[in-house]
Design a binder for this molecule. Structure first.
Ligand code: ZN
Length: 648
């Protein structure tokens, strides 16, 4: 992408607010000859950041971060250093160590055609330059930043700020070389209002500091998308064994209870694939507008409060984020085209943790639910204008890398490893993965490097052939894909079939049997009614998914009265139910719980299917618009723009 800029674009060069250099064309032409990541302008081969120090001041009133990004470079003789930025105002650039800085010339290139990768910042350097300092501030277009005013927090009295860097949003709050192929260590000095705590994906404080100044160190080299910051009225609770939880104070107690098994998950993970390499593992539970289930920021996973169900039924998301401490954070995809190496490995690893905690039957049910979603995704992709997106390795040049965040990378990726496990045996695959994480620790990896390592360390030594090329470079699912069976899910499908045919498997059902008590024969009543709490949420998900989309409103109401789906505390069940409610127009009868959910929760995984179903039914189309009107202020820009595009 953007390897050859047309001349007319070069003439549209955007200038920095002050200190405009005089020969921009010669400078930006350097961009055209550089080998680079499809989603970064950085000339990493010539010069790259080894360590980044951030001096930041967070101003909630102006919703702006004022920053200096101090880059320590590995310089291989470059005369220009190229950084990525988007939605930032650059004030000046200096060279040299703090206190000995000299201003230098810089140029800002034009925005790419579709505003995906942003702009290049080209800084004049010489072959000896090692320190580059970029003075900047964020703007309203800094999409990584979610500024929540007091109404959107639990306290209702203190504001909150958090960042989301993946895939290429870190460049919207820090000017840097924003490619996952470059690993850097970082440190930061951050000034925030004195009543708020600052946290980063680094060594963190556990208490408020009266000065409002916080110092952070991330001593392990990470890709730039994992740099993260959160500021709010946050408390901390230690869970033991190097694990803890941060949350707004109102949520802290329920978070600690919900996540109390974290130390146990950590033990399982360590046992499986080698020692945890990041000192502590803490989780920060964010306010409801957070667009993702979790984000694996090292040392400090960001988690969505929809995980707080009161019954630990969604803790697999934490198992997932914890697994990323190996797959993704320790061994990272070299570019977004191989996101499956981050996510497929992680989903496989997550399922292994869940199997150790909850048993194989439950782990298989969870895997099958995801496989069911993959089937739908594959059908959609096959009918789309990019049917090749069902390959594990994707071609993303000129496209938004967020497209890679689909069920293909996650679930097809996981089934790649599950199928491989079936072929080579669990012990052999575990030994291979343990070796793989150790061998590539703190490095980046692409599909070719992975398959060469797989051949050399697993397949050839065991004389096994495995069709990995077909899995990675062909569309859809190969015929040898592992088939899982879960009798409990089959039973739920059976219930749905009965209900679709007019029956009601949930009506009160009793059996009587004669028992002998104190010498007398007595009739005893046995309750056989199937109740919501008797089944795990994945079973209810499958049940709802298998109901007819033309179920009558009266029959929907009958189900709701028996099973109370509309008032479920579980967001996964609510999502399935609200989608069906939209398809059947029952949504018009349960406007209140539906609206409350969509106004409160900003997680894209739930918003998108519900809004889509509402939009597709002519009877509920207006309702979708009304709710979005009310809810959009609560959403992160990532979710807001996705829903807005859908409803257009
Ligand atoms: Zn993940």
């Amino acid at each position: 992408m953007m390897k050859h800029w047309p001349l007319f674009l070069i003439s549209l060069l955007v200038w920095a607010c002050n200190n405009a250099p005089e020969t921009p064309i010669a400078n930006t032409e350097k961009l055209s000859s550089l080998p680079q990541d499809d989603h970064s302008y950085a000339n990493l081969k010539q010069i790259h950041t080894k360590h980044l120090h951030l001096d930041l001041e967070v101003d909630f009133k102006a919703q702006t971060i004022y920053g200096i990004a101090r880059h320590e470079m590995q310089n291989n003789g470059a005369d220009t250093a190229i950084f990525d930025l988007k939605g930032l105002m650059i004030q000046k650039v200096t060279l040299g160590k703090k206190g000995h800085e000299k201003e230098t010339d810089f140029t800002i290139g034009p925005m790419d055609k579709d505003s995906i990768i942003g702009q290049a910042l080209l800084v004049d350097v010489d072959a000896k330059t090692t320190d580059i300092n970029i003075y900047y501030q964020t703007t309203g277009a800094s999409a990584a930043l979610d500024w929540l005013d007091t109404t959107l927090t639990s306290s209702k009295t203190k504001p909150f700020l958090y960042t989301q860097g993946q895939a290429i949003l870190t460049r919207t709050w820090i000017p840097l070389q924003d490619s996952p192929s470059n690993r850097l260590t970082y440190s930061a000095d951050v000034k925030v209002p004195t009543d708020l705590l600052a946290l980063m994906s680094a060594r963190n404080p556990t208490k408020l500091n009266a000065s409002g100044m916080y110092h952070f160190e991330m001593p392990y080299a990470i890709p730039s998308y994992l740099i993260a910051l959160a500021v709010g009225d946050i408390g901390f609770k230690d869970l033991g064994t190097g694990c803890g939880v941060y949350a707004e104070k109102e949520l802290l107690k329920s978070c600690a209870k919900e996540f109390e098994d974290l130390p146990q998950m950590m033990n399982v993970a360590n046992e499986l694939y080698g020692k945890y390499r990041w000192e502590r593992y803490d989780v920060l539970v964010l306010p409801y507008s957070f667009p993702f289930g979790g984000m694996e920021n090292p040392m400090l996973t960001f988690a969505n409060p929809t995980l707080l169900t009161g019954d630990k039924s969604l803790v697999s998301v934490l198992a997932h984020e914890l697994a990323h401490s190996w797959s993704g954070n320790l061994v990272t995809n070299h570019s977004w085209s191989d996101l499956w190496l981050n996510e497929g490995t992680t989903v496989y690893f997550e399922q292994r943790i869940m199997e150790a905690l909850s048993g194989k039957e439950v782990a298989d049910i969870m895997a099958l639910i995801e496989f069911d979603e993959l089937q739908d995704a594959l059908k959609e992709i096959a009918a789309s204008k990019n049917p090749e997106d069902s390959k594990l390795h994707l071609e993303l040049a000129g496209r938004d890398p967020d497209l890679a965040l689909s069920d293909v990378a996650y679930v097809k990726g996981a089934f790649f490893f599950k199928t491989l496990e079936q072929k080579v045996g669990r012990a052999a695959l575990d030994a291979f993965l343990k070796g793989y994480f150790a061998h590539f620790a703190f490095q980046t990896i692409d599909a070719e490097t992975f398959t060469a390592y797989l051949e050399a360390n697993l397949l050839r030594p065991q004389s096994i052939s495995f069709n990995y090329k077909q899995w990675i470079y062909d569309k859809g699912l190969p015929p040898n894909c592992l088939e899982l069976k879960a009798p409990r899910l089959e039973q739920m499908k059976g219930f749905a079939k009965q209900y679709n045919a007019g029956g009601n498997p949930f009506k009160p059902t009793y059996r009587y049997k004669w028992v002998r008590k104190n010498g007398k024969r007595k009739k005893q009543k046995i309750d056989l009614t199937i109740r919501y709490q008797d089944r795990i949420i994945q079973e209810w998900q499958i049940f709802i998914r298998n109901l007819n989309t033309n179920t009558s409103v009266a029959r929907m109401r009958q189900l709701d009265q028996a099973l109370h789906f509309s008032s479920s505390q579980n967001s996964e069940v609510l999502k399935e139910w609200f989608v069906l409610a939209a398809q059947t127009s029952y949504a018009l009868e349960i406007k209140k719980p539906l609206t409350d959910f969509l106004v409160k929760v900003g997680r894209r995984k739930y918003l998108m299917p519900i809004y889509e179903a509402l939009q597709q039914n002519p009877k509920t189309k207006d309702l979708a618009k009304q709710i979005f009107e009310k809810a959009q202020e609560n959403y992160h820009s990532v979710s807001r723009s996705s829903v807005a595009a859908l409803l257009k």
